[in-house]
Design a protein around this ligand. Sequence first.
Ligand code: NAG
Ligand code: NAG
Ligand code: NAG
Ligand code: NAG
Ligand code: NAG
Ligand code: NAG
Length: 933
Amino acid sequence: MGLLMLRAFFLSLFALGVATKTPKLIDGAFIIELVDDVEGDGIYPRDFDQHAEFHKHASRLPFEYSVAHEYRYPGIYFGLSIRVSGNNDLRSPEFQLRDVPGVVSVNPVYEVSLSDPDFPGIRSIDNPLRSYTNPPAMPVILPKSDGDLSSTLEMAGIDKLHQLGVKGKGVKIGIVDTGVDYRHPALGGGFGPGFKVAGGWSWLADNGTAFEHDDPLITCYGGGHGTHVTGIVGMEPLLDGDKTLNISGVAPEATIYMYRVFDCLTNGGSTDRIMAAMLRAQADGVDIISMSLGIQESWQDGTDPLTKVAARLVDAGIAVIVSQGNAGSGSKYDPQLYRTSTPAELPSIISVGSIANKNFPLVYTFTDSQGATLSYASLWPIEFPDGLEVYLLDDGCAGTSKWDDAVSLLEDNGKLNNTIVAFPITSDCRDTGARGCCSKRSIPYIMGLYTNMSDPYNVAYEIPSSGSIGDGSVQYISVSLEDSTTLLANMNTTGPEKYRLYFNDTSYSSPAQVVGGKMDYYSAFGPIYLDYDLKPQISAPGGEILSTWPLGEQGYYSLLSGTSMAAPFISGCYALVKSQFPDLSVTEIISLLQSTSRPTKWVYNDTMTAGTFQQGAGLVNAYNAITYQSRVSPGQLLVTDNTRTTFGAVNITIKNYSNSTKKYELSHEGASYSEPNPPNNPIFSQENQLPIYGSAEFESSTIEVPAEESTLVSFKILPPTSGLNPERLPVFGGFIKVTSDNEEFSVPYSGPPYSLYNAQYIHVLNTSTSVQPQISYKFQDDWFINKGLLEVNSSMLYRSLIGRDQFTRGYRIDLVPANISIEPDFYGYDPAEPYEYRSSNTIPPISVFGLPSYGTLVNSTELLSPSTFNWPQGTGLKATLPNGTEYSPGPGDYRWLASVLRWGGDPDILEDNETWLSGVIRFVGDGPVTEPI
Ligand SMILES: *[C@@H]1O[C@H](CO)[C@@H](O)[C@H](O)[C@H]1NC(C)=O
Ligand SMILES: *[C@@H]1O[C@H](CO)[C@@H](O)[C@H](O)[C@H]1NC(C)=O
Ligand SMILES: *[C@@H]1O[C@H](CO)[C@@H](O)[C@H](O)[C@H]1NC(C)=O
Ligand SMILES: *[C@@H]1O[C@H](CO)[C@@H](O)[C@H](O)[C@H]1NC(C)=O
Ligand SMILES: *[C@@H]1O[C@H](CO)[C@@H](O)[C@H](O)[C@H]1NC(C)=O
Ligand SMILES: *[C@@H]1O[C@H](CO)[C@@H](O)[C@H](O)[C@H]1NC(C)=O
């Protein structure tokens, strides 16, 4: 027999272009689910106390623990979370707890953060706990002719619903967040039954100390997030006297419950506490749980208790609406698919993407020494009619010391109070540049001047959250590129010493934003990895959103951006629909909102519809959802191999609620295609949205549906025909349009543009020999790849490389007799070569696909991403049995059988796996072996 040996060299095959971030564990913290006897299956007597029984057993374990949360919600979640200290055992507490009778599962507790990218300063402000017990009066501002604080409501048809009196009456919305300043006049001014904020709970004091009480009040700016989110859901316009601001939340007549799980520094979020909050909300009878939070990382698979609870609450009829997360990047070259956050990783939990406000709400004017009238974006106007001097800090982005020098200089010259410090905004230093300002003392005014930046997101007005700079009293304004240019030129002409800016305008305009109505750059891309379900499912205004803020100087309102702001908007829309159609299920309401949404264009190229992986169904329109006389369902489609032989077969149902026959036109609108694993290195050379579209094949493009009837339409969605490479993990998508009279539905879809079942799973190239699946052994100084047969002994070092090109839920390597009778998909040797089998004395104790196996080297049922990085390696190969025993089967001939489970397949069926069979590993016991030639 011929031996074919090659010197092995190892390369990393490819790195998946997806951010993988490990979630942050809380040390020694565990969530324990206990058997829930609600079904009355008679295992336990009626008055049996599950928790007491747990403690009886757990008290004998070799560690101390304290209870953080107890969950007693029969039918939803039964269990507790604990903090462990002083474990005296080699086994981790997690494993020991699993053996306690009555324990269903034990999971670690993770840290959770709020979804808000424009909150960076909030943790660095001098006094995050700063609050106002006697807040100063709110400044008075009035609209100019184009002043419009209702732009986000107009974007979603909500202004029209409010005119019809549809305001969410009777619907209860639970918000899990930082707490709320319900003293705010727009939020009802009080707390408890009869008030807008009717109930809630808090698990924390302002400073983060655990403190359970029934009052979710916060008054600090640092915890303003929850007040802002609450306003988006349900603030009232202020229309009387000195408090005037005509801005409304989406569902101002809904009742709000606030569950406080973050402190004034937005610390404190943990999965066990958020579970406690959600469970309490369901006990309070809410219809919706709105959560602008999440763990932003990849590769979760829906098994975390937080996700489990969220999914069970949806099953119980409560909508769980979560922000998609802000892991999106400002670069159009960043390949960024599959970035959905926990707990939004299951299809039933609604994840919301963010769209930029069509207008920037508050822009005022000032005049300069040359008589020019210029505009600035700011929350409140500056009032300084005598004229401010301008100090230009060219290196305002260079950090704190530059600001300190400037501030000292101004202070020494007695000019601090009548000067505005201006700095140029660059792409890596937007409003954040100003955060270096005030390490020694606060200054009254800062002005960001836009410079020439080509990216539309970089030139859109942006201002930080109110009170987040310096001691909270700094007024930050920003000036557009055009006006910044004029200002600098005029300052030059006048001479910087004489140049002044006169601020006396207290009326605002609300100009259109360049990026208005488009997806925001930070809004993270889906879809769900492996299953390709649409994420986000829908989008809403979330960029430059004006809403309520804790009371105080620079307070009352704030402009924030984030998917944090988009999620409560959808919660409000859900409440509006629920108030009109109380009998619809969660799925029906979400479908209605999705199918009546409007697709948006890609911000970088208006000729392209933004990918459904970015926008989901697009911009919500609650007016359409409530007033249309037809319904199209489902609200989203998953396109892949519905059976293993057909691709893209889908159904939609059209129901005509009107009293006459309607004719519907069917059509297809392609949306952008994306691949996270582009071909070139560096990976940032291909745009992350490409004009590559699928198509739809309808039997007929028009359908008539009689009054009060519904029709099922079956059709096929075909993938794009060019440019596909499954190894790059591409995603395509689009919309199925259904139009009739004045009604226009669009049902989003997404999926891989190839058959997942039939894809190649094991990384085997036709072209290159260096990166094929392989096992190598180290002889003296050199590694040798097994290409047919390697004679090895039990002390030798081995390693392997078996790459996977696709996501999978099953990956297994068995050690099998070398004469196994199987036809693998790939051979690690030439099967035509003659070979004489030397039998092992061990009888194979287990089986794989009904064939003998000595045990496994890898046996994973977890969701795995494409990778080359988990390969078995070590000294002295051992097989593992199902009970965990490892052993060496002794001298004889063996092969490795690697199997990777196909999408939707059964791990026990050979055809449902892709397999690779290695060359022969000939064990000679401990004896000497010679280096192969
Ligand atoms: C935190 O706040 C609580 C409640 O106000 C108070 O009892 C505790 O002393 C504070 N802890 C610290 C470290 O300031
Ligand atoms: C500047 O303003 C601050 C705050 O209003 C005040 O305390 C301080 O006295 C003022 N300084 C001068 C020089 O006017
Ligand atoms: C200001 O004037 C100087 C000298 O005339 C010139 O070099 C500079 O470019 C001018 N700067 C601006 C912003 O116009
Ligand atoms: C503001 O100041 C400018 C320049 O001094 C003046 O022309 C204008 O009338 C003033 N506006 C108001 C509302 O006082
Ligand atoms: C926009 O996309 C179209 C294809 O849809 C392409 O032809 C055009 O060149 C793109 N425009 C820019 C400015 O990239
Ligand atoms: C579409 O509907 C038909 C008829 O009810 C059904 O047989 C088929 O399985 C459905 N297809 C899908 C993909 O749901």
